[in-house]
Write a protein that binds this ligand. Structure first.
Ligand code: 4GY
Length: 260
């Protein structure tokens, strides 16, 4: 996978490329990383990348010519790469989109600044618009890094077999189970007994239960569109029975049955 980021603040990417799994992926040639300074493609003495908006108003707009020059230079480096503009107006990024992007050969990220990018660039030179979420950043750089980060860890050989992407949140549509490490007792709180037992089947069962209940409590929307396996249904039914028992035996209860 070839990543190219177009920005007027290339230094923002330096520490990103230089740390952790991203750095290792570059060293092992699982990905290649390039930052292109849009200012290098300005044509005037003062290297101006913005201009006043037609129609008036406050704020500035990114001039089309430097961006066009930078995109064309990037496309030469990665001819089969798709161009992506990071904008709140794009398709909202998620793990499924990350999986799709991970299967492509190259991605060119166009990072806007100021109030926005001249519409003719968006229209002519951008293949996809992606949003990392419903909020407004001061530029596309952080969003580009988020997308690159999520895509990189899905590329085969980037993560070790140990912490493979298959095992984490969303690979099965559920949140991760709770994690514990030493010490066994921390500020009076104990690690769940079963995790010390060495009984792998019981541990797997506990982890699925932890995943399911955390998803139900923290992100019930994730369960809405997901089919449940027989085992998952049994776990949720057991919890429903336990909860109902508590409700029915509570002193103020009127004996109303929970409908589900
Ligand atoms: N949200 N997801 C986002 C963003 C900043 C002005 C256009 C987002 O991806 N990008 O807020 N981007 C703006 C800044 C130019 C992009």
């Amino acid at each position: 996978m070839k990543f190219i980021v177009l920005t007027i603040f290339p230094d923002m990417l330096n520490s990103f490329w230089a740390h952790g799994i991203i750095r290792r992926a570059i060293e092992r040639r699982k990905i290649s990383a390039e930052t292109i300074n849009v200012r290098d493609y300005t044509t005037d003495r003062h290297k101006v990348t913005d201009d006043r908006p037609y129609g008036g108003g406050s704020g500035m707009v990114m001039k089309p010519e430097p961006l066009a020059g930078a995109i064309r230079a990037a496309s030469k480096l990665a001819p089969s790469a798709k161009t992506i503009l990071l904008t709140p107006q794009g398709r909202v990024f998620n793990q499924n989109l990350a999986r799709k992007l991970a299967s492509w050969k190259g991605l060119i990220f166009v990072c806007g600044r100021y109030e926005g990018v001249d519409e003719r660039i968006c229209h002519d030179l951008i293949d996809y618009e992606i949003s990392t979420g419903d909020y407004v950043l001061t530029g596309g750089e952080l969003a580009a890094m988020m997308v690159i980060d999520a895509v990189t860890r899905l590329i085969p050989g980037v993560l070790g077999a140990e912490d493979s992407a298959e095992k984490d949140s969303f690979s099965n549509g559920l949140l991760e189970h709770a994690h514990y490490t030493r010490p066994q007792s921390y500020e009076g709180k104990e690690v769940p007994e079963v995790l010390l037992s060495g009984h792998h089947q019981e541990i797997e069962k506990w982890r699925l239960e932890s995943s399911l209940i955390r998803t139900f409590l923290k992100r019930p929307d994730l369960l809405q569109h997901r089919e449940l396996s027989e085992q998952e249904r049994d776990i949720l039914k057991k919890w429903a029975r336990d909860i109902e028992e508590i409700v029915l035996s509570s002193p103020k209860g009127h004996g109303n049955r929970i409908k589900y």
